[in-house]
Design a protein around this ligand. Structure first.
Ligand SMILES: [Zn+2]
Length: 324
């Protein structure tokens, strides 16, 4: 058992070494801006923060789209083929893109799963190496480690601009440190008995662990599994008995199961309302504040805190959320 765990934990670093070796054998000059392709918006945004003008970042899976079930289009594959560097989350988030991403590696493109290195680190991945929970971005501190990994990838690929990448990381890291402490402060203002987050799918376990919120997803970790009837009934009974004021819908997941919960509670004479829409696996519209990682977290923290009876200004942590 122990040996098996060791093999799994060595895997990400073995992949990393093979990428680095390949680059060493490439003697050609890099052309700028570097063409980087990412799978999800959370990775695209932080990659832009770190790469600055040195790279042109194109993201594949846009707002409101579920990465668990996304399959690559012909256009996506063309874009991937034209990339210098492909950055994806891994930990089975992009469950249906595995083969496509593997084939890019064979084409000699540097392809890297930015969250998978955490399996071999001190940070504890929920579910371990065999049933990993991919939603790492929900814990700002963990996502900072991923941003650091993205920085390391950029430095390895383009050492000439290493100083810029390191400087960009430093200034962005300071923003994430603040975001983490603001998040903690806001959730801390929610009355203790209300610190329960019920959402459509299990995307918020890292948030729950990091910030002391009891998280209950209706579906399993992947949106591919249907919610079991017994689980739904147990959850309704829990909401009614604990007097939980609100449940939440997600931008990239159907709200069918959440509505069933609300109906079930109503049948027991309890009004549970929809506390708002959260960003789980996709961010807001590109080019808007909610379409950035910080804006996404701010939106979620603001929505959860106000619906569960905590204190937060209507315009959010940084005053940048306009009213719905
Ligand atoms: Zn998810």
């Amino acid at each position: 058992m122990k040996r098996r765990h060791l093999i799994f934990s060595l895997l990400p670093s073995a992949l990393f070494i093979s990428c680095v070796q390949k680059k060493d054998s490439e003697k050609g000059e890099l052309t700028y801006p570097l063409e980087i392709t990412t799978t999800v918006g959370m990775i695209a945004d932080v990659t832009r923060e770190i790469s600055g003008d040195h790279a042109h970042v194109v993201n594949i899976i846009g707002e409101g789209i579920d990465p668990h079930s996304y399959t690559a289009t012909k256009g996506d594959i063309d874009r991937l083929n034209a990339s210098d560097l492909v950055l994806y989350n891994g930990l089975h988030l992009e469950g249906k893109m595995g083969q496509v991403l593997e084939s890019q590696k064979k084409e000699g493109i540097v392809v890297h799963a930015v969250s998978e290195h955490l399996l071999g680190s001190d940070y504890e991945i929920i579910g371990g190496s065999e049933a990993s929970d991919p939603h790492v971005w929900m814990d700002v501190k963990a996502w900072t480690l991923v941003v650091k990994e993205i920085t390391a990838q950029l430095v390895a690929f383009d050492p000439k601009n290493a100083a810029d990448y390191h400087a960009n990381f430093k200034s962005y890291q300071a923003k994430l440190v603040d975001l983490d402490s603001q998040t903690r402060r806001c959730f801390g203002s929610i009355p203790e008995k209300n610190r329960v987050l019920v959402t459509a799918h299990d995307a918020f376990s890292y948030l729950g662990r990091a910030y002391g919120i009891d998280v209950r997803g209706i579906q399993g970790i992947s949106t591919e599994s249907e919610a079991g009837l017994k689980g739904v009934n147990d959850l309704i009974n829990y909401l009614v008995s604990e007097n939980i004021p609100a449940v939440f819908v997600e931008s990239s997941v159907s709200d069918k199961s959440v509505k069933a919960i609300i109906e079930g509670a109503r049948a027991q004479g309890k009004n549970v309302r929809i506390g708002g829409e959260l960003f789980s696996d996709a961010m807001g519209q590109a080019g808007t504040y909610r379409g950035t990682y910080i804006g996404m977290i701010d939106h979620n923290v603001t929505t959860i805190t106000s619906a569960l009876g905590g204190y937060i200004p209507a315009q959010g942590i940084y005053g940048k959320l306009s009213k719905h």
